[in-house]
Design a protein around this ligand. Structure first.
Ligand SMILES: *Cc1c(COP(=O)(O)O)cnc(C)c1O
Length: 415
């Protein structure tokens, strides 16, 4: 298609865009158990208004936009406080979990090269660690050494230790890992890294906010953040359980020396000194302002409230799943991620359940191995679990004895 010769009106544009959304999952109504998060319309409104106010501002150079320097500094400081970092900790806002992870891997490679002369670096990580680590290894030329998880889906530190060699520059643990929602034994993983004085990244993209508040709500959460010696960096996605607009994550470092391997500076072109904190050049201010806005709108007590709402909804979902003999919980969730599978995969295809639910407007992640469905339960699901379970029963009835197979689907697509 070519661009229309004359433009549409403002109203026509907005109406057309809204119509394009007609077939999208209705996440604002709690119909999405992945990809989108909501703590209600008031929070969304604050995020969207703040985003609009900074949509075209550029954090590439905060000399011109001191507002964004303050916004970034305050957001990062709050996250470091959540993570029990001390006054030497430092970080940056990034565009998302993937950018935070890319930077953690790139910085480990740089440190290994500079401090030890490592030219064939490898990363030792459990099979459960996010696909973004695979992407990072591919982009930056590191070997990904995946180590099988234990029976309980948690990383196996002994097996990880055995996979480490003199070229290892990074160990990874997740809090929690995405597929089964369990927290890895971070203390044991970080101890292996500390012994060799190499980086240990904790992927708190999912749990950075919720584990912090679940602990304060009295839930038993194993140590996973900067409290643990040997943890060198942590990623926290604000655009997940921080309930802010898309495009906001934080990469936090134990100290500025470790962080220095993340940034990039060059003057080898005709445009002068060019420095950037992350992968991006131009860095939109909208997602940064929205993060600041939502954090200050919710406040500490707001995060207590929305985290509890998400956790109670997850517990209600778990109870509902356990009551249905055709289904099996994959693991007891440590936070708010719930994954389940067919009790007997030879008679019930779990992806057919996902197809049936999507026909009724519910969108779940399909994953494997092993084939399972995944629910990222968040605050918007308060009051939505009962109608979800009712539709789940309808789908299970339809599938009973039918041998219907479903479509596998993907966590992310390339179109
Ligand atoms: C979402 C997620 C990521 C990747 O973050 P994006 O924001 O999608 O780039 C990494 N790790 C975990 C555990 C996640 O849940």
């Amino acid at each position: 298609m070519t661009l229309r010769s004359t433009g549409l009106s403002h109203d026509e544009i907005i109406t057309t865009l809204q119509q394009m959304k007609d077939n999208d999952v209705r996440w604002r109504d709690g119909r999405a158990f992945t990809l989108a998060y909501s703590a209600g319309d008031e929070v969304l409104a604050v995020a969207e208004e703040a985003y609009r106010a900074f949509a075209s501002e550029n954090a590439l150079n905060t000399d011109a936009f001191p507002s964004l320097r303050v916004i970034q500094a305050q957001v990062v400081e709050i996250v470091i406080d959540w993570l029990q970092g001390d006054s030497s900790a430092a970080g940056f806002m990034t565009s998302g979990g993937t950018e935070s992870i890319l930077l953690a891997v790139k910085a480990s490679r740089e440190r290994g090269k500079k401090e030890r002369g490592i030219t064939q670096p490898n990363v030792v990580l459990p099979t459960s660690a996010h696909a973004a680590f695979e992407k990072a290894c591919y982009y930056f030329g590191l070997e990904s050494r995946r180590v099988a998880v234990s029976e309980d889906w948690r990383a196996n530190p002994e097996a990880m230790a055995a996979a480490v060699d003199d070229n290892t520059v990074l160990l990874v643990g997740s809090a929690p890992q995405y597929p089964q929602g369990v927290v890895d034994p971070i203390e044991a993983i970080a101890a292996i890294a500390a012994e060799r004085d190499i980086n240990c990244h904790v992927d708190g993209c999912m749990g950075g906010v919720s584990l912090t508040y679940l602990k304060r709500l009295g839930y038993s959460i194993p140590a996973w953040n900067f409290e643990v010696p040997g943890v060198t960096s942590i990623s926290v996605d604000l655009h997940k359980y921080g309930y802010t607009a898309k495009g906001a994550s934080v990469i936090a470092w134990r100290n500025k020396k470790l962080r220095s391997y993340q940034t990039y500076v060059t003057d080898n072109w005709l445009g002068g000194m060019y420095g950037s904190s992350g992968i991006l050049g131009t860095k939109g201010g909208g997602s940064m302002a929205a993060a600041w806005a939502v954090m200050n709108f919710l406040g500490d007590d707001g995060y207590m409230r929305v985290t509890l709402a998400a956790r109670l909804a997850a517990e209600e979902l778990v109870t509902g799943l356990l009551a249905r003999p055709q289904l099996q919980l994959v693991a007891a969730p440590d936070s708010t991620l719930v994954s389940f599978r067919a009790a007997d995969p030879s008679t019930l295809d779990v992806f057919a359940i996902a197809d049936g639910l999507w026909k009724r407007g519910w969108y779940l992640d399909r994953q494997g191995p092993p084939p399972a469905l995944h629910c990222t339960v968040n605050a918007i699901h308060e009051g939505k679990i009962a109608p979800f379970l009712a539709d789940l029963d309808t789908v299970l009835d339809e599938l009973s004895g039918s041998a219907t197979t479903g479509t596998q689907g993907a966590y992310g697509t390339i179109e």
